[in-house]
Design a protein around this ligand. Structure first.
Ligand code: CO
Ligand code: CO
Ligand code: CO
Length: 339
C-alpha cells in the first residue's frame, strides 16, 4: 500500500532539524533529557530514585501481514526506552486506519501484534486513539522507568570508545527489494525477524556494564544516528563499514541498484560532516544510509569492556553483534562523522 513503509517514512532529518530550531524548549530542572540533544526519548525526573522515559513512534506498514506489522511497530516504539537504559512499563496505541478501504480484521490483527509484542516486553497497553486515515499507520506512545543517575544517552560517547552494533542492517533495502521482486524469501524472513526482535537483552547488557553512550538505529540509518551521537557527545566517529553486519543479500541488492529514496535523504543530512575513505566501496557507503525499521543498538563502550560485552550479547542470542568501530587508524573502508 505504501511507497515507504516503516521508519523510511520519516521526514528528512535535515528538514526536521531546521524546524526544531525554532521550537522553544520548556525549562524545568526535572527535565533530564529533551530534544536539545535529539536523543531517543525524553526523560523527566519524578524524585531522586525515579525518572520517566517518554517516547512515541508510529509509521505506515513495512510488510503486508497486519499481525507482523503490529509486532514490528511495537518493537520499534519500545526500543527508544531500551536505548536509554529504561524499563518500559506502559503504552498507548496510536492508530490510523482506513475503515472503508480495509477489513476491520486487519485492524484487529495490527492491534493483536502490538499487544503480543508489548506483552513480551512487559509493557501494558492501557489505551489509545484511532483516526480514519489512509494508508494505515500504527505505533505506541511508551512510558518507561529509569533511575535518574543511570540514564544512557547519545551524549555519552567518549574519545577512544569502541562501537558495537547489535543487529545487522539493511531492512530498508530488503523491504524495497521485496516490492520490486528482487529480494529472496529468506532475505525478507530475516529482515522481519530482526525488526520484530526487541532490544531488551541488548539493553540488559548495557545496564550490567554501566554503559553510558548508546542509541538505536532507525530511520536516519546507521550513519545518521552515529552522527547524532557524535554531535551530542562532541566526538568524531569512525565506522569500519566492512565490519558492519548485513542482512542476507543486502550488499547484492544495493549492487543491483536497489537503493531506497530515504537513503539519499539520509546522505544529505550527514554529507557535510562526512569523511569517507577514498577507497570506500560505494555499496557499503550507501548501506550506511539505509533507513532501518526497529534496528539494533549502537553502543559506545570503553575498550576494556568490549570482550565481555560481546560475550554477553552472544550468550543472550544476539550472535550477529559486531564491533564496527575501534581506535585503529589502519582501515580503508571507513566512514567518519566529524562534528
Ligand atoms: Co531511537
Ligand atoms: Co524514535
Ligand atoms: Co482520544
Amino acid at each position: 500500500m505504501v511507497e515507504s513503509g516503516g521508519c523510511s517514512a520519516k521526514i528528512s532529518p535535515k528538514q526536521l532539524e531546521e524546524i526544531l530550531k525554532y521550537l522553544p524548549l520548556p525549562k524545568d530542572p526535572n527535565i533530564l533529557v529533551d530534544i536539545d540533544t535529539q536523543d531517543d526519548a525524553g526523560v523527566y525526573k519524578v524524585n531522586d530514585n525515579l525518572a520517566l522515559v517518554l517516547t512515541t513512534d508510529f509509521f505506515p506498514p513495512v510488510c503486508s501481514d497486519p499481525y507482523e506489522f503490529g509486532q514490528i511497530a511495537a518493537a520499534n516504539s519500545i526500543s527508544d526506552v531500551y536505548a536509554m537504559g529504561g524499563d518500559p512499563v506502559l503504552a498507548l496505541n496510536i492508530m490510523m486506519f482506513p475503515a472503508a478501504k480495509l477489513p476491520m480484521e486487519a485492524y484487529a490483527e495490527i492491534l493483536k501484534g502490538g499487544f503480543d509484542k508489548a506483552t513480551e516486553a512487559g509493557v501494558r497497553i492501557i489505551g489509545g486513539h484511532t483516526i480514519d486515515d489512509f494508508p494505515p499507520k500504527y505505533g505506541l506512545a511508551v512510558v518507561g522507568y529509569i533511575h535518574p543517575e543511570k540514564i544512557i544517552t547519545n551524549a555519552g560517547a567518549k574519545p577512544g570508545d569502541y562501537l558495537i552494533l547489535t543487529k545487522p542492517i539493511g531492512t530498508g533495502v530488503i523491504m524495497a527489494g521485496q516490492r520490486l521482486g528482487m529480494a529472496t524469501d529468506s532475505d525478507v524472513t530475516e529482515a522481519k525477524y530482526m525488526m520484530k526482535l526487541l532490544n531488551k537483552s541488548g539493553a540488559e547488557v548495557m545496564k550490567k556494564y554501566n554503559i553510558r553512550g548508546a542509541t538505536d538505529i532507525t530511520g536516519f540509518g546507521l550513519a545518521g544516528h552515529a552522527l547524532k551521537m557524535a554531535k551530542a557527545s562532541n566526538v568524531s566517529m569512525k565506522i569500519s563499514m566492512e565490519k558492519v553486519p548485513l542482512i542476507g543479500n543486502v550488499y547484492n541488492l544495493v549492487d543491483e541498484g536497489c537503493i531506497p529514496g530515504a537513503s539519499f535523504r539520509n546522505l544529505e543530512f550527514v554529507e557535510e560532516h562526512l569523511l569517507s575513505a577514498p577507497s570506500l566501496d560505494y555499496n557499503l557507503k550507501m548501506i550506511a544510509f539505509d533507513a532501518q525499521t526497529s534496528g539494533g543498538l549502537l553502543m559506545s563502550i570503553s575498550h576494556d569492556k568490549v570482550e565481555e560485552v560481546l560475550n554477553d550479547l552472544n550468550a543472550a542470542g544476539l550472535t550477529f553483534s559486531s564491533v564496527i568501530g575501534t581506535d585503529s587508524q589502519t582501515n580503508d573502508q571507513y566512514l567518519r562523522m566529524d562534528t
